[in-house]
Design a protein around this ligand. Structure first.
Ligand code: PRP
Ligand code: MN
Ligand code: MG
Length: 183
């Protein structure tokens, strides 16, 4: 394994932890979707790393497509109003859709996305989230159908998760040192 980035105070999911989580998710999906040819929808940008691994852990025929969204609202992280920056290239009517996300925080973006895709007449829409942030006294707007792991209510990066577009390339998930985002 490589050296830990100097901006990371603590690694919370190692490469091995991640491998174990993703292979379990792949096995669950393979069991549930045999013969269904699900379409895995990666939510760019964060989910691209997880989706690439998840696809290779799925052993039944499946397809992949990509969607890029941005939630806006002044300063608030996720307003629940989502702008589509890149739409799917695939027609999803009658399809079984699995949305792949790197992290579920407030869940507002994802719940909007699920409603929007449901409106296109797919056969089913499920959510596979690599991680779910445990926020005290807060219930997320949506519950994932497949969940990799819980993560603490900290500023975490790596494995696709960014701070100002950096750190997505870290192969582990770690807590970003506060001095990095307060400077
Ligand atoms: C992050 C993350 C999830 C979303 C979770 O994406 O990748 O998509 O926020 O937050 P929520 O549950 O509160 O809606 P971000 O908007 O940072 O875009 P990115 O994936 O391009 O980094
Ligand atoms: Mn994202
Ligand atoms: Mg981000």
């Amino acid at each position: 394994a490589q050296e830990i980035n100097e901006d990371i105070s603590e690694v919370i999911l190692s490469e091995d932890d991640i491998k174990g989580i993703v292979s379990r998710l792949g096995a669950e999906i393979s069991r549930d979707y045999a013969g269904k040819n699900p379409l895995i929808v990666a939510v760019l940008r964060g989910a691209f790393v997880f989706t690439a691994d998840l696809l290779r852990a799925i052993t039944v025929p499946c397809e992949v497509d990509f969607m890029a969204v941005s939630s806006y609202g002044d300063g608030v992280k996720s307003s629940g109003v989502v702008r589509i920056l890149k739409d799917l290239s695939t027609k999803i009517e009658g399809r079984d859709i699995i949305i792949a996300e790197d992290i579920l925080d407030s869940g507002l973006t994802l719940s909007y996305l699920v409603d929007m895709l449901r409106g296109r007449g797919p056969r089913s829409v499920k959510v596979c989230a690599f991680s779910l942030k445990d926020i005290p006294n807060h219930t997320p707007a949506i519950k994932p159908d497949y969940l990799g792991t819980h993560v603490p209510d900290e500023f975490i990066v790596g494995y696709g998760l960014d701070y100002a577009e950096h750190y997505r390339n870290l192969p582990y998930v770690g807590i970003l040192k506060p001095e990095v985002y307060s400077r």
